[in-house]
Ligand binder design. Structure first.
Ligand code: CA
Length: 241
């Protein structure tokens, strides 16, 4: 399986620090976006801890057992435990947490694991689809039909998460296992991208068929042009045709 990938993050135009952490390891098929939260630089600590723990807990690709999904679930729980421990050890970091969106590719299979409101999209042919679901209050209300997509988009409550890594020992990790197809393009991103650009704008950019580096930097530039209110983290992964 030949693939190219690019991970980029940008502080945006309004924030004083960058709490997004992005990671791409094409050799091991591992790609991560984490968007941390918590005051006094704690958000940065949480997202970095999540990425480091995940990386350490997943075996190298050559030795991945059949059930990568179980490894991912355990890695998420380990990440949550390390953040909780770090938060307990330092009062200024209490309550820190992070979103965590992971794409793990092996043997023609994509494994997705995700908690929070960062997102994983896939472009296949000309179809762009959000594969992850947002663990946010408004997204859940929208899924239940209680509010319209537009209400969800404009809600003051849109940043309230239903769960985050590091805040509790129990996690309901969203998981999906999909066969890969040649030409598939994946985008992992933080809400600093998806709050600034709607799915159509993101889709238009993905369909331009640029290099992964150009796609990643154009997504970030577009989010900044649209206001850049938050940190922007993107990982673009392209499976060769
Ligand atoms: Ca964010």
């Amino acid at each position: 399986m030949i693939l190219t990938a690019c991970a980029l993050t940008d502080i945006g135009l309004r924030r004083k620090n960058n709490e997004d952490c992005v990671f791409a390891d094409p050799d091991n098929g591992l790609f991560i976006v984490a968007d941390g939260m918590g005051g006094h630089l704690a958000g940065e600590v949480a997202s970095q801890l999540a990425v480091d723990t995940l990386r350490d807990h997943l075996p190298p690709r050559t030795s991945v057992p059949e059930d990568a999904a179980i490894c991912l679930q355990q890695a998420f729980l380990a990440a949550s435990r390390s953040i909780l421990q770090a938060a307990t050890a330092d009062k200024s970091r209490r309550g820190m947490g992070t979103t965590l969106s992971v794409l793990y590719l092996d043997n023609g299979i994509a494994q997705l694991a995700h908690v929070g409101d960062s997102r994983i999209y896939r472009l296949r042919g000309t179809d762009v689809e959000q594969l992850s679901i947002d663990h946010s209050l408004v997204a859940e209300q929208e899924r239940k039909g209680l509010i319209s997509p537009e209400d969800a988009r404009n809600s003051q409550l849109r940043n309230i998460l239903l769960q985050a890594v590091g805040l509790e020992n129990k996690l309901d990790v969203f998981r999906l296992r999909l066969p890969l197809q040649p030409g598939d393009l994946f985008l992992l991103c933080s809400d600093g991208l998806s709050d600034m650009l709607d799915d159509e704008q993101i889709g238009d950019l993905l369909r331009r068929n640029l290099s992964v580096e150009q796609t990643a930097s154009q997504l970030i530039e577009a989010a900044k042009t649209a206001g850049g209110r938050d940190n922007i983290g993107v990982v673009v992964v392209k499976i060769a045709d």
